[in-house]
Design a protein around this ligand. Structure first.
Ligand SMILES: Cc1ncc(COP(=O)(O)O)c(C=O)c1O
Length: 566
């Protein structure tokens, strides 16, 4: 069990005791290990050797049937060659007599139902923390190399690879900046990971109600003046916020003015954390909005797997400046992440970085051009609207690769339109909501799929025109569920308090005991500790009737709800 007192341990003693005490994948390190290999202890204590371009002391093992010979070989690294991918390749190519985890034994015992689907290679490269593959929590070799190259590409002082998605990066960022009882300023429509981070850290939320476009039924970002007001309100209560969290871009691509927000926060010594889950590609083209790191953020967490091309669940946490303690970030990540990180995920981060490094300025040129053309074609279809910067005039930019299409004029909900596009045209979107559907465009988006989308929408318009108007429902006019929030307990106290179940009719005025979140888009409507309002109840019942999955609620039908015993 990792205790809070570990935060005061010195970094080196912490790392050593943690790994030797809890890691289950160190025992095999004695396996076939001649003196050429560093012991684990000396690896941990040794200063990094991996600063230059010819980095990477790889250990290749030439194998005969009976004998394994290990020799030190310096792997020459090209500027763009991914160090962790290279190390994984070399390690998988050994003819090792493997007595280590995972039990599929480099694919020898892989379940055939899966190998028939994906082949043996993923299993062959699904290796544990072997010495030549470095250690995620105490990197000295190819992981350090890979993270440093990522830091240089994304403009950070330090970058951490994450195997628990942006979810664990947000949790680590909030735990590292907010101690129990300290105040975190954040948008009310923050991702669920920010809420669980407050349960973990004991932070007290100070919510900012985001801009809301009622025609689209979509929340925007937060403005510098909203942040300033929140800081002043906290100040009036004699406190100083421990951190400010901003989600930028949002799921719909709306970018907040991070430069101004970071300036006003830094002038008061407050660190800014950016949930940049949807923005790992930002800044990699002159027509793209700037990334959070380039706008002065202290911490930015990016889902590399969302718009860039790493494997699902792999993300990066970037740090800049000196307001945040890097040791605390490391320890929080160590507390939150698996002691058996997947090298497929880690190597995919390295590979995604290398892919962009090949041509960072122009990589997104084609995708951007296609996105511009697509939007222009769709705008010409009568009855269809495209979300653009004018829909959120208080915000400086919108991600050009995010395409949100509205069906309000047709009297169709996003859920109904999605069903038609999927059933009739096999078009699969990223996000469906009451008034709109959002499509994610990326490096893999091709013209043929865009044409299918455009013609699918044209068919949908034609079909809806032939449907008698009386049969069409005009959905909409919902009010934002985030207004009028009353917090009775902080998320952590509510999480651990006694609970009981009441019928939905009797829940009004009770303190919510569960996190209730229509998914997508994964924005909590009720957070544990908040008083249940009529507005929030009406919104939930409404989106449920339109097809949203209500995640987090123990009764997904929402006929009952768990509340806190007060
Ligand atoms: C705004 C936002 N933040 C954070 C996350 C969590 O990201 P991940 O899935 O990488 O854990 C998501 C996921 O959809 C998100 O939309």
């Amino acid at each position: 069990m990792v205790s809070v007192s570990m935060f005061s341990a010195s970094p080196s003693s912490f790392n050593l005791s943690f790994h030797f005490g809890l890691g289950n994948n160190w025992n095999f390190r004695t396996f076939a290990r001649p003196s050429a290999c560093l012991s684990q202890e000396s690896r941990n204590l040794e200063p990094s050797k991996k600063q230059d371009k010819t980095s990477g002391i790889g250990k290749t093992r030439s194998a005969t049937k009976d004998q394994i010979v290990i020799s030190d070989v310096r792997i020459s690294q090209q500027e763009s060659s991914p160090p962790l991918v290279t190390a994984l390749k070399a390690s998988a190519e050994q003819n090792a007599a493997a007595f280590h985890f995972p039990g599929h034994n480099r694919g020898r015992a892989a379940p055939s139902s899966l190998t028939q689907l994906i082949g043996l290679k993923p299993f062959l490269h699904d290796l544990p923390e072997l010495p030549e593959l470095d250690n995620l929590f105490s990197p000295r070799g190819p992981i350090l190399d890979a993270q440093q190259q990522a830091a240089s590409l994304f403009g950070s002082l330090e970058t951490w690879f994450l195997v628990g998605g942006t979810t664990c990066g947000i949790q680590a960022a909030i735990m590292a900046t907010c101690s129990p009882g300290e105040i975190l300023i954040l948008p009310r429509n923050s991702h669920i990971s920010a809420i669980s981070a407050m349960v973990l850290s004991g932070a007290v939320p100070k919510y900012i109600i985001p801009d809301y476009n009622f025609d689209w039924d979509i929340a925007g970002g937060i403005t510098p003046s909203q942040v300033e007001t929140a800081i002043k309100e906290v100040d009036k209560e004699g406190q100083k916020p421990a951190a400010v969290l901003v989600t930028s871009p949002t799921y719909h691509g709306i970018c907040s003015n991070l430069s101004e927000i970071t300036q006003l926060c830094h002038s008061r010594g407050i660190p800014v954390i950016v949930d940049e889950a949807h923005g790992a590609h930002l800044g990699f083209h002159p027509q793209m909005p700037n990334s959070a790191m380039h706008q002065g953020a202290d911490l930015a967490v990016q889902s590399t797997h969302k718009v860039l091309c790493s494997l699902t669940q792999s993300s990066m946490l970037h740090m800049s400046g000196s307001l945040v303690d890097r040791e605390k970030i490391s320890r929080c990540l160590q507390t939150l992440q698996s002691t058996s990180p997947s090298y497929l995920l880690l190597a995919s981060l390295d590979a995604a970085r290398a892919q962009i490094s090949e041509n960072p300025e122009t990589m997104f040129g084609k995708a951007l051009q296609l996105a511009i053309e697509t939007k222009s074609m769709i705008r010409k279809i009568s009855g269809i609207s495209v979300l653009d910067a004018q829909s959120f005039p208080n915000f400086p930019a919108i991600d050009p690769l995010r395409l949100t299409i509205g069906f309000q004029q047709l009297g169709l909900s996003g859920y109904e339109a999605d069903e038609i596009l999927y059933e009739d045209h096999e078009i699969i979107c990223e996000l469906v909501e009451t008034q709109s559907i959002t499509f994610a465009m990326n490096l893999g988006t091709c013209r043929e799929h865009v044409q299918r989308l455009v013609s699918g929408i044209k068919h949908l318009v034609a079909a809806s025109a032939s449907t008698p108007a009386a049969k069409r429902k005009v959905e909409g006019g919902n009010s934002a569920p985030f207004a009028d929030i009353e917090t009775s307990l902080i998320p952590r106290d509510a999480f651990f308090s006694g609970k009981r179940r009441v019928s939905i009719e009797n829940s009004l005025g009770e303190v919510c005991g569960e996190l209730i979140c229509p998914y997508p888009p994964g924005i909590p409507v009720m957070v544990p500790g908040e008083t249940i309002t009529k507005k929030a109840l009406d919104y939930l019942l409404d989106v449920r009737s339109k097809g949203a999955v209500i995640s987090g609620a123990s009764d997904p039908q929402l006929s009952s709800i768990v509340v806190c015993n007060m």
